[in-house]
Design a protein around this ligand. Structure first.
Ligand code: ACO
Length: 325
């Protein structure tokens, strides 16, 4: 077995041009800025333009991540794209992005784990890189939730937005020992018995239509806080680390109250928790790479910093990744 780790060497994100503020939402459903901000922290969401697809958002984020990593698309030999809103039922949106970027090596496939999609995709890429099945991976989270929202349901349509984020990972070998920097561990979970608490009421096999997001908000809220905090604790313990070792906590950006409660449950101070949900709402699989890019572009992460990522989403699915920047 080689002594290697996967390192994130560049990240990037992309948000569509069109913005819908909370004030704009009042023209669509019976809502108001005060309710949305107080319950969720969300101030605005970006909406993909007509004809703008998940692959378009994912490709733009990927190009920015590749530029940040100073890696050419030809060097990529693994592409994993996390999405719940693929361009088509098949082929995988990952394959479309692969072609658009001119990547000709290695596999390209989608991962479907809803809001946990990026953590699932990152874990999959990490395992493949450490096994030597690829050297340079592009991991993308991209969504156009605006296409699966019921724009008459004020309980859900105010919560989501469109966007994409990407990370370039490279397998790095240590000199006779494991490199100190890179992904230290990933932990993934699912509980399919909670299907009805968060699902889309359509799909190719059930209705033949894309369907709309349906959610029992309070149940999701409770489960999200508990599962994200627990999976971070499990990740830390697996590495002999404690909460005090965390330099940056990046929870899935669904709702600022969930994020604050995850931080409180773990005992991580607010100034170590990255929050971007106010700017783009819940973009599902894209929120973590959007928040990662926010921190990266502001040079918040110093070499050696311990970064904990965690997400929870439909399925239910959840998990964490602990990495040394
Ligand atoms: N504007 C104004 N009023 C609203 C809106 C809205 N957009 N939506 C619902 N309301 C009303 C309801 O109709 C209800 O009115 P009533 O008391 O007259 O019946 C009232 O507000 C309270 O509704 P609740 O659903 O009980 O509100 P709650 O306090 O639970 O907040 C929320 C709802 C924000 C959805 C909350 O449950 C939540 O954050 N849940 C987590 C859901 C989430 O983030 N999901 C994302 C996907 S999963 C994930 O990413 C982890």
């Amino acid at each position: 077995m080689t002594l290697s780790r996967s390192q994130i060497i560049g990240v990037g994100s992309f948000l569509p041009e069109k913005v819908l503020t909370n004030q704009d939402m009042t023209a669509i459903v019976d809502t108001n800025d005060e309710w949305i901000v107080k319950r969720t922290g969300i101030k605005q969401r970006h909406i993909a333009g007509e004809g703008e697809l998940t692959s378009d958002l994912g490709r733009e984020a990927a190009l920015r991540a590749l530029a940040a990593a100073q890696v050419k698309a030809e060097e990529v030999d693994l592409l994993i794209l996390a999405t719940t809103t693929p361009d088509n039922t098949f082929p995988a949106t990952a394959a479309r992005v692969q072609a658009q970027l001119g990547i000709t090596k290695g596999p390209a496939f989608d991962v479907q784990a809803v809001c946990s999609g990026f953590v699932y995709a990152l874990a999959t890429a990490d395992n493949m890189l450490r096994l030597g099945q690829a050297k340079t991976a592009l991991v993308i989270g991209a969504e156009v939730y605006s296409r699966i929202l019921d724009w008459e349901d004020r309980g859900t349509c105010v919560l989501f937005g469109d966007g994409a984020g990407a990370a370039v990972l490279r397998a790095v070998e240590g000199n006779g020992q494991l490199p100190e920097r890179g992904i230290l561990s990933t932990h993934l979970y699912a509980d399919g018995t909670r299907y009805e608490q968060l699902y889309v009421d359509g799909g190719p096999a059930s209705t033949g239509t894309a369907g709309h997001v349906r959610m029992q908000g309070k149940e999701v809220f409770r489960f999200a806080v508990n599962s994200m905090a627990t999976s971070v604790r499990t990740g830390l313990e697996a590495n002999g680390l404690t909460v005090e070792d965390i330099d940056w906590l990046i929870p899935h950006q669904a709702n600022s109250r969930i994020i604050a409660k995850v931080g409180d449950a773990l005992g991580v101070p607010n100034d170590k928790v990255i929050v971007t949900v106010q700017d783009h709402a819940n973009t599902s699989a894209a929120t973590i790479p959007l928040a990662l890019t926010h921190g990266f572009e502001r040079q918040l992460f110093k070499p050696g910093d311990l970064v904990a990522l965690t997400a929870m989403g439909g399925g239910f699915t959840w998990g964490s990744a602990i990495l040394r920047w």
